[in-house]
Design a protein around this ligand. Structure first.
Ligand code: FAD
Length: 316
C-alpha cells in the first residue's frame, strides 16, 4: 500500500513544512507496511526533487504546472487513483487545505486536519489532532478506504538519510478547465526573509507605539537574519504591511524562534504562532497573557530590551 505525500515547492525547492510531511508520511508508510511516494507540483529541478529521498520518499511524481488550485486537486485525485494510494498526507497550509479538501470531496474520503502525532493503526486509523487553535486535542477515526490528513507544523523532526528518490515526470493535460479559481500572479512580499518559511521571526504589537518606533525591532531582525511580523491591530493601523500580520486571521508561522515585542498574547494572535518551537516574549506588563505561552519571558520596556538584545547578538 502506498502513502502519497503532497509536497509544496517554493523557490525551486521542497518547502520546510513539506519536508516534515515527507518524514511523517514515510513513518506512516513504515507503520502500514507500504511505500512513501511524493507528489510535487510546480517548479523545481530534478536534483532538488530527488532530495525527497533524504526524508524517506522512494519516488517523486513531478508535475510541472502553473499555480492553480483546481488543477492541483484534479492532479492529486488522479495520482491517488493511478498509484492506488490509500493514505494521503500533507503539511497543513492554506494550499493543502484547499487542495486536499477538494480531492477528498471528489473521492468521498475522510479528511482530518492538524494531526499532532503519528496515527494509531493498531485497530483502525485514529488521528490525534489539534483543535480550537491548539487549546485541545481530539482523537478522530478515519474509516473511509482512502484517508486524508494534514499535519501541524513542527510536530516531527526532519531527519536526513542521504538517500535520493527517483523522479517521474507526469505530463497531465490542463486539468481545471472550469476556471472557478485561478492564480493570476504571485507577488513576493517585501523583506529579505519569507515570513511563512522563516526560521526566526521578530514580531511587534501595539506596545511598539507607532511605525516611527520600529527601528529597534528591525535592527534585531537584521542581526538575527529574521523575518518581521506584527499583530493584527498593527497592520490594521497601517503601521506595518498586511502581509506581516500573523494570527488566526493572518499568516500562520512555525519558526524555530518567535520573539514577540509588545504583544499582549490574545488567543487570536497565539493561533498563528503556537507551532513555533521556542517563544520569547518581551512585555512591560508581567501579567500579559503571552507569558503563559512563552518559553522565555523578559519583563521590560521593548525600547530598552531590544537594543541590548541586538548588541548581544552582534557580539556573538
Ligand atoms: P494590545 O492588546 O494593545 O497589547 C499591547 C501590549 O504591549 C500590552 O500587553 C502591553 O503591556 C505591551 N506594551 C505596551 N508598551 C510596552 C513597552 N514599551 N514595552 C513592552 N511592552 C509594552 N490579533 C492578531 O494579532 N492576529 C490575528 O489574526 C487576530 N485575529 C482576530 C480575529 C478576531 C475575530 C478578533 C475579534 C480579533 C483578532 N485579533 C487578532 C485581535 C486580538 O484579539 C488582539 O486585539 C490583538 O492581538 C492585540 O494586539 P497587540 O497585542 O498588538 O495589542
Amino acid at each position: 500500500m502506498s502513502v502519497l505525500i503532497f509536497v509544496e515547492l517554493g523557490e525551486g525547492s521542497i518547502k520546510k513544512n513539506s519536508r516534515e510531511a515527507i518524514v511523517y508520511g514515510s513513518k506512516v508508510a513504515a507503520q502500514v507496511g507500504g511505500t512513501a511516494i511524493s507528489l510535487a507540483i510546480g517548479e523545481a529541478s530534478e536534483s532538488e526533487l530527488a532530495k525527497a529521498g533524504n526524508y524517506g520518499a522512494s519516488k517523486v511524481i513531478y508535475v510541472k504546472k502553473e499555480e492553480n488550485i483546481m488543477a492541483y486537486a484534479k492532479v492529486l485525485k488522479d495520482v491517488i487513483q493511478s498509484t492506488g494510494s490509500k493514505i494521503v498526507v500533507a503539511s497543513k497550509s492554506s494550499l493543502s487545505d484547499a487542495v486536499l479538501a477538494r480531492a477528498a470531496g471528489a473521492l468521498n474520503a475522510g479528511f482530518v486536519a492538524n494531526a499532532v502525532e503519528l496515527p494509531d493503526t493498531s485497530s483502525g486509523f485514529v488521528v490525534n489532532r489539534s483543535i480550537f487553535s491548539g487549546k485541545a486535542f481530539a482523537k478522530t477515526s478515519i474509516s473511509s478506504e482512502v484517508k486524508f490528513l494534514t499535519i501541524k507544523k513542527n510536530i516531527i523532526a526532519v531527519e536526513e538519510s542521504g538517500s535520493s528518490a527517483s523522479v517521474e515526470n507526469l505530463d497531465i493535460a490542463t486539468a481545471a478547465e472550469d476556471g472557478s479559481a485561478k492564480t493570476i500572479a504571485v507577488e513576493k512580499a517585501s523583506g529579505t526573509v519569507s515570513l511563512p518559511e522563516a526560521d526566526i521571526v521578530v514580531s511587534g504589537g501595539r506596545g511598539m507605539k507607532g511605525p516611527e518606533h520600529w527601528q529597534p525591532l528591525l535592527d534585531l531582525a537584521d542581526a538575527l537574519g529574521a523575518a518581521t511580523a506584527c499583530s493584527k491591530p498593527v497592520s490594521d493601523l497601517d503601521w506595518r504591511p498586511h502581509h506581516e500580520h500573523v494570527g488566526q486571521t493572518g499568516v500562520k508561522v512555525a519558526p524555530n524562534l518567535y520573539i514577540a515585542c509588545g504583544i499582549s498574547g490574545a488567543i487570536q494572535h497565539l493561533a498563528g504562532v503556537n507551532s513555533s518551537k521556542v517563544i520569547v516574549v518581551i512585555n512591560k506588563d508581567p501579567e500579559a497573557p503571552f507569558f503563559k505561552a512563552a518559553d522565555y519571558g523578559i519583563v521590560g520596556d521593548v525600547f530598552e530590551v531590544l537594543p541590548k538584545l541586538t548588541a548581544a547578538v552582534k557580539a556573538l
